[in-house]
Design a protein. Structure first.
Length: 173
């Protein structure tokens, strides 16, 4: 699971750190979904040695990810379930809006989808998502995110439908 750390870190940022509040009118929030049973370290016998990490903020990030692992996995499943097939255009506008929404939830000051129009080959181009998240840091990071997927050309070759986002447990986990 630590191999997915960069993606999960982004997911952690998108989800936020606050607990859900009660529904308006004093009604209680809907019951929490059942736990997925995901083990943050993947294995039951091997655990990363966090004592070797000197940065306390990074330890907090790891702890937050571990405590909210189900939410992060569900967020990743949401992305997997969204088709975004470039050559047919299936789901491309919706995917671009999902990327834009991700940056908005992250707290970016600006986030927009640009329609690139018709390409030089006469086909519609995929929209470009731009976001600006200025936190006053001395350095800037650029994220290039390719959000389209390949078409499903051999559906019989899949063990599960490609956009199902099924959790498959495999040994030794």
């Amino acid at each position: 699971m630590r191999a997915l750390l960069p993606l999960i870190l982004v997911a952690a940022s998108a989800i936020g750190c606050s607990a859900p509040s009660a529904a308006p009118g004093g009604k209680s929030a809907p019951p929490a979904p059942p736990k997925l049973g995901i083990r943050p370290d993947g294995d039951t016998e091997i655990k990363p040695d966090l004592s070797k990490i000197d940065n306390e903020d990074l330890k907090k990030v790891f702890a937050y990810i571990d405590q909210h692992i189900d939410e992060h996995v569900q967020n990743l499943q949401k992305w997997i379930r969204q088709p975004s097939i470039s050559n047919s255009g299936e789901g491309i506008p919706e995917s671009a809006e999902m990327v834009k929404g991700f940056f908005e939830r992250l707290g970016c000051q600006e986030s927009r989808v640009y329609d690139v129009g018709i390409t030089e080959w006469g086909s519609p181009g995929n929209p470009v998502v731009y976001a600006k998240c200025d936190e006053g840091a001395p350095r800037t990071i650029a994220i290039y995110w390719q959000y389209d997927t390949m078409p499903i050309t051999q559906p019989d070759a899949w063990k599960a439908p490609p956009f199902e986002a099924r959790i498959v447990y495999r040994p030794p986990y």
